[in-house]
Design a protein around this ligand. Structure first.
Ligand code: ZN
Length: 353
């Protein structure tokens, strides 16, 4: 991955974007998109659109959701502790004892997800997972009055960790799911704008609110009204202890683009992805999804009268934890595969089954 692209990815990952509060990450995405797109815009829902060849006859749509999981401040106790609700699928096993950033009107403030010391836990409590509703954020204030000067009901928080290198192209961050996908769709658009010869209208969308029910893909795929659509998300690797490969497929970091096959996927678009990967020597693997996926691809396929849809995924270890791990080579290969596949599309009719 080139230096500028990596810098942009790092910037995107540092922003906070819990579902419904994506704006600061979206602003960075749109600013980057303006460098090479013909049109960049937002909508009433918060989705961000970047288009090249707006007059093209074939309309191709790509989505990567820019929202991440996080917390919402529900109430403040008399002692000034912030009671919270999860935004999206937060794993209660991994959040207690972490630092968090609380995003307020005046900016981000540091807090901690407090937990009773192990010495004070009863034998029973030691074995149990604490519900998020029984957790709290401690921002170091003395009471409710002081807390209320800083934090408002409905403010959000995310775990306070950034984007760091583990080794070679292997990186760790929170919320690679799916800011990495929103990066991929823009990177693919950049590749298309720079070097490829084609006349399709291509719109990349940083969709909002996927983590709470693929909501931004519903509104944005209606708006774009494409014939062909690609969703880019992360998918679980099975390359760690304790995962049954027979059940989940054999997916590891460095496998490249993971191409889904199944009822949520247009079979001809699937074939074009595989053929393009083979011809361009882009590493890939196929995973079987036996029903509607839990990704933007589900909403895209069902938009209006139906859209020829595919799903390309980035292998991801430890999804929805503060230590999501991906290979930047996989991220780049996903972008390459999308750009080359879109450039290889002849006509939308080819995808009518
Ligand atoms: Zn997710």
């Amino acid at each position: 991955m080139n230096k500028e692209s990596k810098q942009f990815l790092g910037k995107l990952l540092k922003e906070s974007s819990p579902s419904g509060y994506e704006n600061s990450a979206a602003t960075i995405w749109r600013a980057e998109a303006k460098k090479f797109s013909d049109e960049v815009k937002g909508d009433y829902h918060g989705n961000s659109y970047a288009t090249i060849n707006p007059k093209g006859k074939v309309s191709v749509y790509m989505s990567g959701h820019i929202d991440e999981i996080g917390f919402m401040i529900k109430s403040i106790t008399e002692k000034g502790f912030l009671k919270i609700a999860p935004i999206g699928g937060v794993d209660p096993h991994v959040v207690a004892g972490q630092r968090v950033n609380v995003y307020t009107k005046k900016g981000s403030i540091l807090g901690v997800l407090g937990r009773k010391a192990i010495h004070l836990l009863t034998p029973d409590e030691r074995k149990k997972v604490t519900d998020i509703k029984d957790m709290w954020i401690d921002i170091g204030v003395k009471d409710k009055k002081e807390a209320e000067k800083l934090v408002e009901i409905g403010d959000t928080a995310t775990i306070a960790v950034g984007f760091e290198k583990l080794r070679k192209s292997i990186y760790v961050a929170r919320g690679f799911d799916d800011r990495a996908g929103s990066f991929v769709v823009l990177e693919a658009l950049r590749m298309l704008s720079e070097e490829m010869n084609f006349s399709h209208k291509v719109t990349s969308v940083a969709t909002v609110q996927e983590e709470i029910g693929v909501r931004g893909a519903i509104t944005s795929s209606f708006n774009v009204n494409p014939q062909i659509g690609f969703a880019v998300d992360v998918t679980h690797t099975s390359d760690m202890p304790g995962i049954d490969k027979d059940l989940f497929g054999d997916i590891k970091l460095g496998d490249g683009a993971i191409i889904a096959r199944g009822p949520n996927i247009n079979p001809r678009l699937f074939e074009l992805l595989v053929k393009t990967a083979e011809e361009n020597k882009i590493p890939y693997k196929v995973i079987a999804e036996s029903r509607g996926t839990g990704t933007d691809a589900n909403a895209i396929q069902l938009a209006r009268g139906g859209v020829a849809t595919a799903l390309v995924s980035i292998p991801n270890r430890y999804m929805h934890t503060p230590v999501e791990v991906v290979s930047l080579d996989d991220v780049e290969n996903c972008a390459k595969l999308l750009a080359k596949t879109i450039a290889a599309i002849n006509s939308a009719e080819d995808f009518i089954i």
